[in-house]
Write a protein that binds this ligand. Structure first.
Ligand code: PRP
Length: 180
């Protein structure tokens, strides 16, 4: 699988160190609360699993799955909830966990939904931030790594549902996805 990468951006060890730092910061910032940590499926499952084990205050964990209404509408910002939360967010301090922020449309939509439902606060933590692709003005509150505008896979990021389980993050070789 690693042969399919053009280069490795962040190793397993570099990611682990940074996730530990971010976990410490979040533990400090949320010391007096019991935040509801929401993972956005599927990509966030790897980061969420690592991050919550670096948070040493009580947290609750839930998941949402959202997707755009068909391929052509991603740029419209119209997204649909495929799997909703099991618990109410009213009055809760919510921490949304993402693998990557790209255009920002997914998070912008999700943040609005959660605030409309009465969340006391909504913050965003992402493993990777790709600001060059941003369409909506939204910034993560916590970010492990800022990344260039390249085709990245690993650590939750996929190409056609593959590579999510790679422990590092790298740039996919163009010959793997060209011609599609
Ligand atoms: C990715 C990622 C974010 C979203 C970011 O999910 O996990 O949820 O895209 O893109 P945006 O900032 O342009 O909205 P994707 O739809 O690829 O689904 P996945 O998590 O199942 O891979």
């Amino acid at each position: 699988m690693l042969d399919d990468l053009e280069s490795i951006l962040f190793s397993r060890e570099q990611i682990a160190d940074r996730v530990q730092e971010v976990g410490r910061t979040i533990s400090r910032d949320y010391a007096s609360t019991q935040p509801l940590v929401i993972g956005v499926l599927k990509g966030a499952f790897v980061f969420l699993a690592d991050l919550v084990r670096r948070i040493d205050i009580p947290v609750e964990i839930d998941f949402m799955a959202i997707s755009s209404y068909g391929a052509s509408t991603k740029s419209s910002g119209v997204v649909k909830i495929i799997k909703d939360l099991d618990v109410p967010v009213e009055g809760r301090h919510v921490l949304v966990v993402e693998d990557i922020v790209d255009t920002g449309m997914t998070l912008s939509y999700l943040r609005d939904v959660l605030l409309r439902r009465g969340a006391a606060s909504v913050k965003i933590v992402t493993a990777f931030d790709k600001p060059a692709r941003r369409v909506v003005a939204i910034a993560p509150d916590y970010c492990c790594f800022e990344v260039p505008n390249a085709f990245l896979v690993g650590y939750g990021l996929d190409y056609s549902e593959r590579y999510r389980h790679l422990p590092c993050v790298g740039v996919l070789r163009p010959d793997i996805y060209s011609g599609e």
